[in-house]
Design a protein around this ligand. Structure first.
Ligand SMILES: C[S@@+](CC[C@H](N)C(=O)[O-])C[C@H]1O[C@@H](n2cnc3c(N)ncnc32)[C@H](O)[C@@H]1O
Length: 159
């Protein structure tokens, strides 16, 4: 739900298993819709643009469901649509299978590897923001902690 301000869409649908997050999101952004279901079972939710950020490395996500989840994300994207998501280091062992799945479903698949500077402990939000801006400008900083995470940018969903 927190990405709502980045989009100017007719509909914005937040999918999450956590009721508290969805309720808070709906309260903050009343035009947003909420669907409480594991993303692996959310194939009935459809969109032209699907963003799934910081979920695969969430403490509540079962990494053994990685391929099911990526398959479901693909199914949720309308033809010609776009899918953006990231995986953490625990899901990386499925990377080859993810790549094969994505290339069968999308016209183009781009990957960006990046580091895990925040994987070990929590820091104040302002510190994260400063790091994020620094990494945006100085791309070599993205490798701090090893290139253990991957961002996927997939466009032109095949029919
Ligand atoms: C760090 S938050 C990401 C928030 C979201 N990207 C945003 O910007 O608002 C991770 C969220 O993933 C959710 N989550 C974890 N496993 C999930 C699953 N299998 N299906 C749906 N949501 C899941 C958690 O409940 C948590 O709210």
């Amino acid at each position: 739900m927190w990405n709502y301000p980045l989009f100017q869409t007719q509909r914005y649908i937040g999918v999450d298993i956590d009721k508290t997050s969805l309720d808070l999101g709906r309260k903050t952004y009343p035009r947003a819709e909420a669907v409480r279901v594991p993303m692996e079972q959310a194939t009935h939710v459809k969109g032209d643009y699907l963003l799934c950020v910081q979920v695969f490395n969430n403490v509540h996500f079962d990494v053994k469901r990685t391929i099911d989840a990526v398959g479901a994300l693909c199914a949720m994207v309308n033809p010609k649509g776009t899918l953006i998501f990231n995986i953490g280091k625990d899901s990386k062992k499925y990377e080859e299978d993810i790549d094969a799945l994505l290339s069968s479903k999308f016209g183009t698949v781009e990957k960006i590897r990046y580091g895990s500077v925040y994987s070990t402990r929590q820091r104040p939000m302002i510190v994260s923001l400063i790091f994020a801006l620094a990494m945006l400008k100085f791309t070599s900083l993205r490798g701090i902690g090893g290139y253990q995470k991957v961002y996927y940018f997939c466009t032109n969903r095949r029919s």
